[in-house]
Write a protein that binds this ligand. Structure first.
Ligand code: GUN
Length: 293
């Protein structure tokens, strides 16, 4: 078994991005790319993600800013924030950290984002363009997954890919990306969800198994074909007395047993997570480059 080392690949890509920032912006006296994040409330996981995005920005020489609001902000006020960010010429791209509080309709907020600044790739225009294989911002986690497969030279054409989980952020877009006529892509994709029958049998036929169920340890060794490639998108905080933070991260896959059977596997942490963040940086660089044209 070999690790699909997302941390290593993300480090490499950050070095590549930093070089581009220097050559295309700093050396020419131009402002570096600027990524903004909107954070509503104090969800610990969301705060961790946003902090990680800020750190990643500073590592590649981007400017970053965070717009923080209490969880009782109204939907109307949040739309005003979006309008402000859309109009601010110094901000190349921004994200609204999800989930939002229940009283705010996520779809309404996301539809208000200028698709040219939607570096999360969540706006219906970007999703539509992704389906049609047109230039667009790809959603960060699926983008990170296909980049990881690409950098490890894992062939996807003609392979059986099984995706577990149909979320708008991961399962649905990654299934579209891998079935598109492109490289990576050209796979035969099966998308499984909570109502799928014979899930174990379907998963066990996968050459590449992508797991984004949100259920810790869901995928056991009997669900994995020998020498399959396993990508674990799950992130779960497990209380632990052995770490400073008081928790350990675990995925949707029973790593210990599955790793003995498969050919490649992403660890948690250090697999898909770092790739998601670096993909957001790639989208922000792309947004900033478009402003140069
Ligand atoms: N919440 C969980 N993942 C994501 C992501 O990729 N983008 C945003 N904006 N929120 C998230």
């Amino acid at each position: 078994m070999k690790l699909l080392d997302g941390k290593l690949i993300a480090d490499q890509i950050r070095t590549e991005i930093a070089l581009e920032v220097k050559e295309l912006f700093l050396d020419k006296g131009l402002d570096p790319p600027h990524l903004a994040a909107v954070l509503v409330g104090e969800d610990p996981a969301s705060m961790t993600y946003v902090a990680a995005k800020e750190k990643a920005c500073s590592e590649v020489g981007f400017v970053s800013s965070v717009y923080r609001y209490p969880s009782n902000i109204s939907g109307e006020k949040l739309l005003e924030v979006i309008d402000f960010l859309n109009a601010d010429h110094e901000i190349n791209g921004f994200i609204v950290q999800l989930p939002l509080p229940a009283h705010i309709d996520e779809h309404v907020i996301i539809e208000r984002i200028d698709p040219l600044k939607d570096v999360d790739g969540f706006h219906p225009v970007n999703i539509g363009k992704m389906v049609l294989n047109l230039p667009c911002f790809l959603p960060a986690t699926p983008y990170g997954i296909i980049t990881l497969l690409e950098r490890y030279k894992i062939e996807t054409a003609g392979k059986n890919v099984v995706v577990l989980g149909r979320s708008h952020i991961v399962g649905t877009p990654v299934s579209i990306l891998l079935s598109r006529k492109s490289d990576p892509g050209n796979a035969t994709v099966t998308l499984c969800h909570s109502l799928s029958q014979n899930l174990t049998d379907i998963a066990a036929r996968a050459d590449i198994l992508i797991v984004a169920m949100g259920k810790q340890g869901f995928v056991t060794a009997d669900m994995v074909k020998k020498d399959a490639v396993v990508v674990d998108v799950g992130v779960h905080r497990i209380p632990s007395t052995e770490t400073k933070s008081g928790f350990r991260l675990k995925g949707d896959v029973d790593f210990e047993r599955v790793s003995r059977k498969c050919s490649y596997i992403t660890p948690v942490p250090g697999g898909v997570g770092p790739m998601t963040i670096v993909s957001l940086l790639q989208n922000t660089l792309l947004a900033a480059k478009k402003n140069l044209i």
